[in-house]
Design a protein around this ligand. Structure first.
Ligand code: FES
Length: 71
C-alpha cells in the first residue's frame, strides 16, 4: 500500500500550447526523468514539441531557427 505522504495530491497547473512553439506549463511543477530523478522544478517550464531541442524535454528555442509551425 502506498504512503500518501510520498505521493501528495498534485496541485493545479496550466498547460498552454504556444503557437509555433513549446508547451508551456505553469504551476507548481516538478519534472521527473525516466530514472526517477528530479531534473527541474519551478513555476514555469517549457517543453519542446518540435523535436529539435538539444536539451529535451525542454525547449531551447531551436523551433524559432527551424521555422517550426503548429497551432
Ligand atoms: S519547441 Fe522549442 S525547441 Fe522545440
Amino acid at each position: 500500500m502506498s504512503n500518501p505522504d510520498q505521493n501528495p495530491a498534485p496541485t493545479a497547473a496550466t498547460i498552454t500550447i504556444r503557437a509555433n512553439g513549446p508547451l508551456l506549463v505553469q504551476g507548481d511543477v516538478k519534472v521527473i526523468n525516466s530514472a526517477g530523478e528530479e531534473i527541474d522544478r519551478g513555476g514555469r517550464v517549457a517543453f519542446c514539441r518540435c523535436g529539435l531541442s538539444k536539451n529535451k524535454p525542454f525547449c531551447d528555442a531551436s523551433h524559432k531557427a527551424a521555422g517550426f509551425t503548429a497551432e
